[in-house]
Design a protein around this ligand. Structure first.
Ligand SMILES: *Cc1c(COP(=O)(O)O)cnc(C)c1O
Length: 388
């Protein structure tokens, strides 16, 4: 890119670091899409077919990232298929707008729910994380918080998520409200594409720019056909005579709308045909690759670095099966801090995973690395390695 210093991204698919790299077939799918025009509902219908196949959900759309999928999912849970409500968002007067969430699952991505007009209702005391106890929010506490103002229960997927999704689904469905799941970063394993839907989630979002290897500004919203259709229509402009609009069968509930809403709340998170085409290609590629082969590809990169860097240690990521990391363990945080700064001061700058900095550890994540950069990266790591 002209006039921009490139970096070596050994941190991962972070937004700040421009995400990861796309395979040539993903890039060519985007380039090909850019050379024709389509009707966007047809483009999204193709996405829906690919997402249905990958997730087992009733329907799916490509969004401008998982955060955008969360905003659209929240808008769908509040407005459902009521065009008047769609037109009002983010003003939620008279609409159910509360999202119940286990307090231990709060993070700043749930701003997406508030952007759509949602209000977060926290439940539970996560004292398993704060010393005195072993408990967290219970399904009973979630059930207790459900009122006519509730739009959905929001669940942040993860190994440590409490209460477990199945329990959340049971109490939410018993009271007639949907469950919206943030699974943005829950890949690998690829089996998680189906897992949350199988466990009863009504809507699930995934990031397209993380392990799937799609465009950085893409994501997936998958789930119930009525809710996904609501999300889709809130992303379109619909500047057309109403009689001209006909939704493809993938989004059939839109043909029952009382009238057509205008530019919905999702219009601020517009997704282009290029992102949709890229995401579909990347998703197909992600599913086609044997997980063991993917893991072996990532491991080979780190083994090459480990063999070139004294003291480097190969470890499993822990949370993501099949993802290895390479750790450089320093005497203390100050030493790790200095090494991290030295790496970033290089040209090209080297960004490593600093999430374990407090323990004096810098880590190399293989996902966003270019094999061609391995010799440069090895030299950079060798220059700061603790054992050097
Ligand atoms: C990365 C992430 C998101 C946002 O995903 P984008 O595709 O970058 O919008 C949301 N939630 C969680 C938990 C994430 O890790």
């Amino acid at each position: 890119m002209n006039g921009v210093r490139r970096i070596i991204n050994a941190y991962g698919t972070n937004t700040r670091l421009s995400g990861g790299l796309m395979a040539p077939e993903v890039v060519s799918a985007m380039a090909e899409a850019a050379r024709s025009c389509f009707e966007m509902p047809d483009v999204q219908a193709a996405a829906s077919r690919a997402i249905v196949e990958a997730t087992g959900a009733e329907a799916g759309i490509v969004t401008a990232g998982a955060a955008a999928a969360l905003m659209l999912g929240a808008a769908a849970c509040m407005a459902r298929l009521d065009p008047a409500a769609m037109n009002r968002l983010p003003d939620t007067d008279g609409l159910p707008n509360e999202f119940i969430v286990s307090r231990s699952q709060r993070n700043m991505y749930d701003r997406s729910l508030r952007v759509a007009g949602g209000r977060i209702v926290e439940v539970g005391i996560p004292d398993r994380l704060s010393g005195p106890g072993v408990r967290d929010a219970s399904a009973g506490e979630i059930a207790e918080a459900i009122t006519p103002r509730s739009a959905a229960v929001f669940h942040l997927a993860g190994e440590a998520a409490e209460p477990p999704l199945e329990d959340v689904v049971r109490v939410a469905h018993a009271r007639g409200i949907p469950v919206l799941v943030d699974a943005a970063a829950q890949l690998p394993p690829a089996s998680n594409l189906r897992r949350f839907i199988e466990q009863g989630a009504d809507l699930v979002c995934f990031s397209g720019g993380k392990a799937i290897g799609g465009p950085q500004a893409s994501g997936i919203l998958a789930g119930r056909q009525d809710l996904v259709s609501s999300a889709l229509v809130q992303m379109l402009d619909l500047d057309l005579p109403e009689a001209q609009f006909a939704a493809p069968p993938e989004f059939a509930p839109l043909n029952q709308l009382r009238f057509l809403p205008h530019h919905g709340i999702g219009r601020v998170a517009k997704v282009g045909k290029e992102e949709v085409a890229g995401l579909i290609a990347a998703l197909r590629r992600f599913l086609a690759e044997d997980p063991a082969a993917r893991s072996a590809r990532w491991t080979a990169r780190l083994v090459a670095l480990r063999d070139a860097v004294p003291g480097a240690v190969l470890v499993p990521d822990g949370a993501k099966p099949g993802l290895p990391l390479l750790e450089l363990r320093f005497a203390d945080r100050a030493a790790a801090d200095r090494a991290e700064e030295t790496l970033r001061a290089r040209d090209p700058a080297v960004h490593v995973d600093a999430s374990r900095l407090r323990r004096g550890i810098l880590a190399v994540n293989p996902i966003a690395l270019d094999d061609a950069d391995l010799p440069l990266l090895a030299a950079a790591l060798r220059a700061v390695a603790p054992a050097a």
